[in-house]
Design a protein around this ligand. Structure first.
Ligand SMILES: C[S@@+](CC[C@H](N)C(=O)[O-])C[C@H]1O[C@@H](n2cnc3c(N)ncnc32)[C@H](O)[C@@H]1O
Length: 232
């Protein structure tokens, strides 16, 4: 079933803000984002990363690396023979992550880029794995397919994609409806909104390897691991 098919049941809300607004918001948030994410999402980002089993020598991309907690782990896991790449729209987040990598003496293993992930500045078949935590749900609905198509392009055949995200797959609850109301009222600031993660990946032609449902302070989340099926 396509994401649009599910819209008849419960539509995914739009994200009506410009990229410039997103950049400004995350530049501002970058000063204290490490503390916010430690309380709310980090546990699930780490779970998703663990499911990906990053190996030494791999080339790996994180989209929307934020304050760099997972990117630092990726740089550690890929070792000297691998490389961790990261793209984020916020220069503030890039600076925070750069400092984190410097402190860990991992600068040589990482390459950071500031830009919009709807157009990835990497060649075809570059990465063994791509990682996204609490970032796919920030893209407006038509852009989700675009980002997933770009990820497919840069992934090697059989390469893995891990996504941790807020989710609508688990149906409606009062808390979810309340959260969506807040998002509708202040979409520039409460920008994450629940999406159909597994279904979006299936629609984009990925092979689903695992899907787990989690709870983020009572709100539904999903961790999905998928493989790039383009070799067939
Ligand atoms: C909610 S934060 C999640 C950060 C990190 N992945 C984590 O789990 O802590 C989303 C991140 O995506 C970045 N972002 C937002 N829109 C983006 C876009 N269009 N392209 C690339 N990065 C984007 C933001 O700057 C921010 O760092």
């Amino acid at each position: 079933m396509k994401q649009e098919g599910k819209a008849a049941v419960s539509p995914v809300l739009p994200v009506p803000r410009t990229k410039e607004e997103a950049k400004r918001f995350y530049d501002w948030l970058s000063r204290f984002y490490d503390f916010i994410t430690a309380v709310f999402e980090r546990k699930y980002a780490e779970m998703a990363l663990e499911r990906l089993s990053v190996k030494e020598g791999e080339a790996m991309l994180e989209i929307g690396f934020g304050s760099g907690h997972c990117l630092r782990q990726i740089a550690q896991s890929v070792g000297n023979s691998g490389k961790a790449y990261g793209i984020d729209i916020s220069t503030g987040m890039l600076e925070v992550t750069k400092r984190k990598l410097e402190r860990a003496q991992l600068t040589d293993r990482a390459e950071l880029y500031c830009g919009d992930a709807t157009s990835l500045p990497y060649g075809d078949n570059t990465f063994d794995a791509v990682f996204m935590s609490f970032t796919l749900e920030l893209f407006d609905t038509p852009e989700i397919a675009k980002v997933l198509e770009e990820v497919k392009r840069v992934l090697k055949p059989g390469g893995k994609l891990a996504v941790a995200s807020m989710s609508k797959e688990d149906g409606e609850s009062t808390l979810l409806r309340l959260y969506e109301w807040v998002h509708k009222k202040w979409p520039k600031y409460v920008d994450c909104r629940p999406i159909y993660v597994e279904q979006s990946l299936k629609d984009a032609g990925y092979d689903i390897e695992s899907e787990e449902k989690v709870r983020l302070f009572g709100l539904p989340g999903e961790i999905v691991i998928a493989a790039n099926a383009k070799s067939r």
